[in-house]
Each structure stands twice: as C-alpha cells, then as structure tokens.
Ligand binder design. Structure first.
Ligand code: ADP
Length: 479
C-alpha cells in the first residue's frame, strides 16, 4: 500500500510527460542551449569592455542596452564604483522591488533568492579609466523552476501518494480486510462453541467464495452437532422408555404373584384370572423384548437381508389371503386391488416385508378398534407401479393420525397418545421397525390421512430392474 501509490505517481507523471510534456521539455532544453550561447557572447563582450574600454560602463545608453540584453537571458549586473552600487538591472528591480541592492553587493551570497527565482553570483573587479575602483556582481538565474513550485510540487506529490494510499486502503479494507475480519470473528465464535451466528457473505471473488464455504461449513457443523445432541437425547429417551415399558408389566406380574402367594386370590376363578393376566403381561414383555431386539439389530445394521427378486403383486395377494381370516375375525373387511396389469418385480426380503405389513395391519386393527364398534372397519390395500417404484398403499377406516403426530410416528417409541397405555398402544417400535426395514430395501415409507379420515401408509420400493437399487441392497446385506 506504500509502494503502489509511488508507482502510480511515477506512471502518472510519465504519462503526463509523454502525453504533452515531452515537447515542452525538448523546447525548454533548446531554449536553454541558445540562452547559454548568447550569454557566452555577452560575457565575452563584457570581459573585453572591462579590460579595454571600461569607460563604456559609464555610458548610460550602453549600460542599459547591455543590462537589457542580459536581462533577456535572466542575468544582470550590479555595477559599483568605489564600492557604491551604480547600476541595477531593470528586470531585477521588477522581480524584487524590496531588495537592498547595496547590502547584496556588500555581502554577496553564493546563491541569492530574488523574487521567485534563485540566482548564482560571480564577483569580479576592474578599473575605470579615471582610476576609480570598479566592481561587478553578476547575477545569473540558475533554476528555471520558480521557487514556490518546489514545495507545491512536493505537496502535490505527497497529496497524490496520500490520496491513492487512502483510496487503496479503503478498497482493500472493504474488499479484503473487513471480510477477513468477519471471518476471524466467526471462526472465534465457532471456537467458543457458538454455532448460531450466521456469516453474511460480504467480499467478492475468492474472499466471497471463502465466506460462502465457511458458512456452509458452519451449517454442516451445526447440523452434525445438533444431530449428535439429538442422538444423545434419543439414547436417553430410549433407555428411559425401555426401563418404563419393562418395569410396568414386571410390577404388575409381581403384584399378581404376591396376590396369589398372600392368598388374596382365594378362589379358583380369581387365581385363574390372575394367572391369565400374568401370562398376558409376560407375553407383552416378550413381544416388547422381541421388537427391541429386532429394532436394535436393524439399527446396528447387523440384520442380514435375504433379498429375493419377487413379484410383489403376487406376494401381496398371498400374504393378504393369509391375513384375511384373522382380520375378518376382528370384524375388518379387507380389499385388495392391483392397479397394474403386469407383474411388478422387486428385490425384497419376504420375511422382513411380511413383518412390515403385519405391523401396519396390526396398527390399523388396533386403532380402528378404538373408534368404537359401530363403524364399519375396512382396510384397503392397493399396489401399483410408479416409474421405477412399486407403490403399496394401506388405508384404514379408523380415526386417522393427528397432523402434529404425523412427522414423528416412525420415530422409535413414539406414541400419539402419550399415555403409554398398554391397552391401546404397543411398544411404540412397530413403525420404527417398518421404517428401518423399508429403508433397508432402498425404499421410503410415510403416512398421511385419507379423505375418509382414516390413516394411509404408503410404501415405495424400488423395482428389481433398477440396477442401483439392487446394488444398494446387496451392500446392505453385507453388513
Ligand atoms: P405403537 O406400538 O404405539 O402402535 P407404532 O410405532 O406402531 O407404535 O405407532 C406409532 C403411533 O402411530 C401409534 O402410537 C399411533 O398413535 C399412531 N398410529 C400408527 N398406526 C395408526 C393407525 N392405523 N391409525 C391411527 N394411528 C396410528
């Protein structure tokens, strides 16, 4: 920032000289050369006059002519007779009217400043014909630049340097230093663990790209920290849910066993009822542990998927046929429609897929049951092909799912009614397992509410002909 203004100034001056100044400089040199020649002639004449014809210096005409000729060359003579100044050049009188010429003559400096110019001096003596002592002080301008131009020139140069310096500092600071400073502040904030401050893109070019990349890094970092916090929270919740869900039936079993031991169940009928409750609670626990076990294996990706290429249309037909009897026993009417004529081939693990469908159907039955016995209970299953996916839809005529619960029902241990009442709810793992298995197949699953108000589950599974999908499955199986 210090060197650049100087370089700029030199470049600027060179430009000025080349653009218009060069001619003037050449002219000036020419003039100076010719001035020197005529000066030499006059000085020659002068030395002849003082040697041989000093009387001429007494003649007014000659003297003023000589002074005038010298004056054209920016030179002049102070002539003194017996130490007293007799003649002062007219142009010098004009240039410096205040000057004390006698004093200048008495103590001539090497260089004298007169008006705006500087003159060099030369003193030499001679003899008038009448015998009186003559002395001449020759004053010759040696500097063509007027005196004030030096400080003015220096000031202009300095102002130029300062201005360009200032401008440079401003632009550099605006485009580099300020964004870098912001980056530094943001980096320090991140170092202190504050990832919430957004970094606004300020600079352009590389600096701008750097701040964009930095902001992307901050977002990514924040996401990953949030995610690990979420995982930690989930882990805590999981532990507390498991403890709670195991503790409840265990306490109940303990209570009933104590009831039997203490003789509270004193009739066969009561004992029978107690035993049945104990059995039910133990079965609940068994199921919960089963689901937990499966879920954790899926979560750790230690379950091997046994993929087979199958026609999902036929698979569903068989599966639902097997379910139909149980469903009808619970008063549920099942309809199945395949909207595609041709077979739909997918790569799937049949056992895992049946687990998915069972979980969803069981939920449908469970939550439709809550609705009250009067309404008709229906489950409609459809299958169709959409681009490279097989799409299975399962819709019930139950109460549906609250909109605010929809994003969470596939989360582990999430139950819409948070009562965790084992009469209605299960482990809260059913849909989490569904999601794990479907994603293990490279597919997606989500839920929505149907127009009739019931819940609708949509499963999208990639077709077997999609090479990418099959590769992904194989990778998954390797885990
Ligand atoms: P749960 O063991 O509680 O059924 P799930 O993971 O199977 O756990 O389901 C999560 C929640 O999603 C349930 O608690 C319930 O609120 C809601 N849900 C699931 N299926 C249905 C359905 N067919 N109709 C209404 N709500 C449902």
């Amino acid at each position: 920032m210090t060197i650049v203004p100087f370089i700029l100034m030199i470049a600027f001056m060179m430009f000025v000289f080349y653009a218009g100044g060069m001619q003037d400089i050449r002219q000036y040199i020419e003039i100076e050369k010719s001035e020197k020649m005529s000066q030499m002639l006059i000085y020659g004449e002068l030395s002849y006059v003082i040697e041989n014809d000093a009387d001429k210096l007494n003649q007014e005409n000659y003297l003023s002519d000589l002074q005038a000729r010298l004056g054209e060359q920016w030179a002049g003579l102070l002539i003194a007779k017996d130490g007293k100044v007799m003649s002062v050049p007219a142009f010098l009188l004009e240039l410096s009217p205040e000057q004390d010429w006698q004093a200048l003559f008495d103590n001539p400096p090497d260089k004298a400043s007169l008006g705006l110019f500087r003159f060099e001096t030369d003193v030499f003596g001679f003899q008038y014909p009448d015998g009186s002592e003559g002395e001449i002080l020759l004053l010759r301008r040696y500097d063509v630049v007027p005196l004030f131009w030096r400080p003015v020139g220096a000031a202009i140069g300095l102002a130029f340097v300062a201005l360009t310096g200032l401008l440079l500092t401003y632009f550099v600071s605006r485009s580099i230093i300020r964004p870098i400073h912001q980056l530094k502040t943001a980096a320090l904030q991140i170092k202190d663990g504050d990832l919430s401050q957004r970094l606004v893109k300020t600079g352009k070019g590389e600096i701008g790209q750097l701040s964009t990349a930095f902001e992307a890094m901050r977002i990514r970092l924040k996401q990953s920290i949030d995610q690990s916090l979420q995982y930690e929270e989930n882990r805590k919740q999981l532990l507390s849910h498991i403890s709670h869900d195991l503790k409840t039936p265990i306490s109940a079993i303990k209570g009933y066993v104590e009831g039997i031991m203490d003789g509270i169940a004193n009739t066969d009928e009561k004992r029978e009822r107690y035993m049945q409750t104990i059995y039910r609670k133990a079965s609940d626990m068994d199921q919960l542990i089963d689901e937990l076990f499966l879920f954790s294996k899926l979560d750790l990706q230690t379950v091997a998927f046994d993929f087979k290429v199958l026609d999902i249309k036929r698979y569903l037909e068989h599966f639902l046929e097997e379910q139909r009897f149980d469903l009808e026993k619970s008063g549920v009417k099942l309809t199945y429609s395949a909207l595609a004529k041709q077979s739909i081939m997918i790569a799937a693990d049949p056992d895992k897929l049946s687990r998915v469908l069972t979980n969803i159907l069981n939920n449908c039955v469970k939550y439709m049951g809550q609705e009250g016995e009067d309404g008709e209970k229906r489950i409609e299953v459809t299958i169709q092909q959409e681009e490279r996916y097989a799409v299975i839809e399962l819709e019930d005529s139950g109460p549906g799912i609250d909109e605010e619960d929809l994003p969470y029902i596939f989360d582990r241990f999430y139950r819409a009614e948070q009562s965790r009442n084992s009469e209605t709810g299960g482990s809260g793992l059913g849909l989490a397992i569904v999601k794990q298995i479907i994603e293990g197949h490279g597919g997606v699953v989500w839920a929505e509410n149907a127009i009739n108000g019931g819940a609708r589950f949509i499963l999208k599974l990639p077709l077997a002909t999609t090479p990418k999908a099959v590769t992904e499955h194989e990778e998954h199986t390797d885990h």
